[in-house]
Ligand binder design. Structure first.
Ligand SMILES: Nc1ncnc2c1ncn2[C@@H]1O[C@H](COP(=O)(O)OP(=O)(O)OP(=O)(O)O)[C@@H](O)[C@H]1O
Length: 266
C-alpha cells in the first residue's frame, strides 16, 4: 500500500445502527475507507452486507450513529448532489433499468443520474466515455443490444461500466460475480483486479459471499455476521480461517495461492 499518510477519507461510518422491524440489521458498526483502499465485504446470507453497502451509497440513513461519505454527512447534505459522486452496481439498480434500453444508453444515462432515457442530449464526450468503458469491460460489441437481451455476465459488465461513467470517487459493487459461469467469473475477477491495481481508480468496495471472487489486488476485508463486524482491516490479517469460520458458523479451511483465496469445510 502506498501514500497511507496522504489517503483521503472516503467513507467514515461511526457507531452506526440500522434498525427495522425491531431488529438491528447492522449493529454499532465503525468503518473507515480511504481513497487508496479496495475492500471486500464478506459474510453469510442476511449478514447485513447489502444494508451496509446501501448506507455507504447514501441510499439510506442510519437509525443512530453517523455516516460521512466524501466528507459530507448523510442527513445534512443534498443526496442528489452526493449520489452522482458514488458509482453503484447492485441488483436494485439493475432491476430499475428498462429492459428495452440499449447497453450504451444504460451507461450514458448515468451521466444524468437517471434511469431510462428521456430526451436527454448526450454530448460526444458522454458517448465516447460510455463506449470506452464498455470496450474496457469487454462488452463494447454489445453497445446496441437491449439490456433485457443480455446474459447475466454481460449485464454485470454493463452495470460496472455504468457505475464508472461519472468517474466516481468511490465504486460500490454488490455481488458483481453472482450468477456468472466459471469463465465469466474469472474474466471479471481479472478485470476488477486490474481496476483495483490502478492508483487512479476510485476507492472500491465489493460485496460477495465467496472468497474465490476476491480480486488479488484488494487490500482490505470486512467480515460481517448477524449485523456485527467479526473482523475488519488489512486483508492479510483480517481474512483468516478463524474469522471466516466464526462468520459462517462452521469450521472452514482457507487457502491463499498467488493472491486468490479458496475456502471449504474443515
Ligand atoms: N426493511 C427490512 N425490514 C426488516 N428486515 C430487513 C429489512 N431489510 C432487510 N432486512 C433483513 O436484514 C438482514 C440483512 O439483510 P441484507 O440484505 O443486508 O443481508 P446480506 O448480507 O446482503 O444478505 P444476502 O447475502 O442474502 O444478500 C436480513 O435478515 C434481511 O431479511
Amino acid at each position: 500500500m502506498v501514500n497511507v499518510g496522504q489517503a483521503e477519507r472516503i467513507i467514515d461510518i461511526s457507531d452506526a445502527v440500522i434498525r427495522r422491524g425491531g431488529k438491528n440489521l447492522i449493529n454499532r458498526v465503525d468503518w473507515r475507507v480511504d481513497s487508496d483502499q479496495r475492500w471486500v465485504v464478506l459474510g453469510p446470507n442476511g449478514a447485513g452486507k447489502t444494508t451496509l453497502l446501501n448506507l455507504a451509497a447514501a441510499r439510506s440513513h442510519p437509525t443512530s450513529g453517523t455516516v460521512e461519505i466524501l466528507d459530507e454527512t448523510v442527513g445534512k447534505v443534498d443526496l442528489f448532489e452526493l449520489r452522482p459522486r458514488i458509482g453503484l452496481s447492485t441488483a436494485e439498480v439493475a432491476a430499475a433499468l428498462p429492459s428495452d434500453e440499449t447497453a450504451l444508453d444504460v451507461v450514458r444515462t448515468a451521466a444524468w443520474s437517471v434511469v431510462g432515457r428521456w430526451r436527454e442530449d448526450y454530448d460526444e464526450y458522454d458517448t465516447e466515455r460510455a463506449m470506452s468503458l464498455l470496450n474496457w469491460l469487454g462488452v463494447g460489441s454489445l453497445a446496441d443490444r437491449t439490456f433485457g437481451t443480455l446474459s447475466e455476465g454481460e449485464r454485470k459488465r454493463v452495470l460496472i461500466s455504468r457505475a464508472l461513467m461519472n468517474d466516481p470517487e468511490v465504486l460500490l459493487l454488490d455481488e458483481p460475480a453472482a450468477g456468472l459461469d466459471l469463465g465469466a467469473r474469472e474474466g471479471l475477477v481479472a478485470t476488477l483486479s486490474s481496476l483495483a491495481a490502478d492508483p487512479a481508480s476510485p476507492a472500491t468496495v465489493l460485496v460477495t459471499h465467496h472468497v474465490e471472487e476476491i480480486p488479488p489486488s484488494f487490500t482490505h476485508a470486512l467480515i460481517l455476521s448477524g449485523g456485527d463486524i467479526v473482523a475488519s482491516g488489512p486483508i492479510a490479517e483480517t481474512l483468516t480461517a478463524e474469522a471466516l469460520s466464526k462468520a459462517f458458523g462452521m469450521p472452514l479451511i482457507l487457502e491463499n495461492r498467488g493472491g486468490r483465496y479458496t475456502a471449504r469445510a474443515a
